[in-house]
Design a protein around this ligand. Sequence first.
Ligand SMILES: [Zn+2]
Length: 85
Amino acid sequence: MQNSLTCREFVEFLADYLEGRLSEDQLARFNGHLAACPSCVSYTRSYQDTVRLGKSVLPRREEPVPGDVPEDLVQAILAARDRRP
Ligand SMILES: [Zn+2]
């Protein structure tokens, strides 16, 4: 096939593909290579996993980190324990 991509070109197209920036002609060649090249299929999957992972890790870092237990609470717990028979 005259217009088929090499694996190297495929990889260069991948980022644009995932952002929907390929032209119809580029998309046809991209899909044609994907249909014929199993190694690029698995490359695409791992690439997408990496992108997904990057997006899911970020929000987790914004969760509040639990601070130290307040001293008042520690004293209240100790006092309650001391009061037990
Ligand atoms: Zn390939």
